[in-house]
Write a protein that binds this ligand. Structure first.
Ligand code: NAD
Length: 508
């Protein structure tokens, strides 16, 4: 990653790179070293306005919404191919900017981003026509549903899976024929910008179809959420920010998709394979350093297995390797920022004050060669009550709360006792029983004997305060369309006369 123009980026508006209107930039850091990785133009509200106007023109009078679906498919497949061809650059850049281990970015995040783009390429070709039942009431007609793109989509993404989140936003929007103004997170904007650079160099999209405006969320994200030229806002981030976005979007009744926070339970059933469940529960919580919305942060364990399972969890957690995120052997890198590490430390202190028992971790990890990096040890608390703040609030770091339960019914009640409802995992040998438990959990995704797998065809999103709407697959594509009913009167003039006669029976 030696090329400097790879790391310094402007705004991308109407098919051109440009400076922000006030010339300001912000620095982007590498959490493992504290070094500056690059500088990025910091958009102003005037820049947001320009970007929305460009996206508006590209939607209202440009070719994109009317491009034949098969052609859109080819373009999205070409973007997927670009990601594949540049896998190692994307993975290294993501790891350096986020701190996530290269093993994850290289083998999961980047290939997964290409795969999600490819699936939406396929879905773009899905004919947006839905026949309705034949009717002769009150006249013979042919009725069908046509799906239109919504228009200009303002898309705001968080810092925790920067490339994947970008793809999850732009792929369905572009597949359905919308135009986009994207705001990446300020900590981690580089892979989204690099993707736009590759798309621009390959000349894949008409100008104005994809615009990117990095900048401070409270200013740029808000400007997008309330801009009258934006038809839909799609936001992934915290529940508090989601609430604010919904409020701002309400002025112009924008379509809104919100993918928000979580406090997902991992339910270990009495018959679970404990070896499998130990690895699975730890993978559920510590993957990406605990910085995942769907992280399994509450582990519900039968009282009878509690001590044995804790022993297993602690032994395995202590074997995780913290180190240089660019080393393929590393399991957990530093957190994204010093600020995030401090938030996690505050929650660890809170957990102790609330009476939970710390059984492993709980402090900064000393990683030789990376003394200033924000590493936090994989941390496990037991004797946690589900009503403690430790078990109710999103920590977004490597902290697991273990909560004992008596009966499976109690476990389900505890799992549902949260204002979040994003995901849950059930660990059991009895698949039929696990499916019955899954049906009773109030969350958008339930993994049985697995965690984290967000499949490109499977709807993903939250119940309760974890969000509104679903991303991925056909559900995700539909969320970027307006539903239009087209009625064709097959009797032509006669139906109008029938209606008129019915309304005015006494008129000759
Ligand atoms: P955040 O809410 O602080 O920021 C998310 C994005 O919104 C960033 O781009 C930020 O700049 C922008 N933003 C901040 N304030 C804004 C405002 N007032 N108006 C408009 N935009 C604003 O979240 P974060 O810390 O970046 O990410 C972590 C959160 O994201 C966690 O709560 C996590 O659970 C959630 N998340 C959810 C999902 C999901 O699919 N449900 C996926 C990943 C992350």
């Amino acid at each position: 990653m030696s090329s400097t123009d790879l790391l310094n980026f402007g705004l991308y508006i109407d098919g051109r790179w440009c400076d922000s209107s006030d010339g300001k930039t912000f620095a982007v850091y590498e959490p493992a070293t504290g070094n500056v990785l690059g500088h990025v133009a910091s958009a102003t509200t005037a820049d947001v306005d320009r970007a929305v106007k460009a996206a508006r023109a590209a939607f209202d009078s440009g070719p994109w919404p009317h491009t034949p679906p098969a052609e859109r498919t080819q373009i999205l497949q070409a973007i997927a191919n670009l990601i594949d061809e540049h896998t190692s650059e994307f993975a290294e850049l993501e790891t350096r900017n986020l701190g996530a281990p290269l093993r994850k970015t290289l083998y999961v995040d980047v290939p997964w981003a290409a795969e999600h783009m490819r699936v939406f390429g396929d879905l773009a070709r899905t004919h947006p026509y839905e026949p309705l039942p034949w009717t002769d009431m009150p006249t013979v007609s042919w009725n069908f549903v046509w799906r239109d793109p919504i228009g200009v989509c303002g898309q705001i993404v968080p810092w925790n899976y920067p490339l994947l989140m970008t793809i999850w936003k732009i792929a369905p929007a572009l597949a359905a024929g919308n135009t986009v103004v994207l705001k990446p997170a300020s900590y981690t904007p580089l892979t989204a910008l690099y993707l736009v650079k590759l798309i621009d160099e390959a000349g894949l999209l008409p100008k104005g179809v994809l615009n990117i405006v990095p900048g401070p969320g409270g200013v740029i994200g808000s400007a997008l959420a309330e801009h009258p030229g934006v038809d839909k806002v799609s936001f992934t981030g915290s529940t508090d920010t989601g609430r604010e976005i919904m409020r701002l979007a309400s002025n112009t009744i924008k379509r809104v998709t919100l993918e928000l926070g979580g406090k997902s339970p991992s339910l270990v059933m009495p018959d679970a394979d404990l070896e499998l469940a130990t690895d699975g529960v730890l993978f559920g919580v510590f993957f990406n350093g605990g910085q995942s919305c769907e992280a399994g942060t509450r582990c519900l364990v039968p009282e009878s297995l509690h001590s044995e399972f804790i022993e297993r969890l602690v032994a395995r957690a202590r074997s995780l390797r913290l180190g240089d995120p660019l080393d393929l052997a590393t399991d957990q890198g530093p957190l994204v920022s010093e600020a995030q590490a401090r938030t996690v430390e505050e929650y660890i202190a809170l957990g102790k004050a609330e009476g939970a028992r710390l059984v492993t971790g709980g402090k900064r990890a000393n990683v030789p060669g990376f003394e200033k990096a924000p590493f936090i040890e994989p941390t496990i608390f037991t004797d946690v009550r589900n009503d403690m703040r430790l078990a109710q609030e999103e920590i977004f770091g490597p902290v697991l709360s273990v909560i004992p339960y008596r009966t499976v019914t109690d476990a389900i009640e505890l799992a549902n006792a949260s204002h979040y409802g994003l995901g849950a995992a059930v660990w059991s040998r009895d698949i039929q029983g696990a499916i019955e438990v899954a049906k009773r959990l109030r969350t958008g995704t339930i993994w049985i004997n697995d965690h984290h797998l967000v499949l490109p065809h499977a709807p993903f999103g939250g119940y309760k305060q974890s969000g509104i709407g679903r991303e991925h697959g056909l559900h995700g594509l539909m969320a970027y369309t307006e539903t239009k009913h087209i009625h064709v009167d097959l009797m032509q003039k006669r139906s109008g006369k029938l209606w008129w006669d019915a309304l005015l029976p006494d008129v000759e």
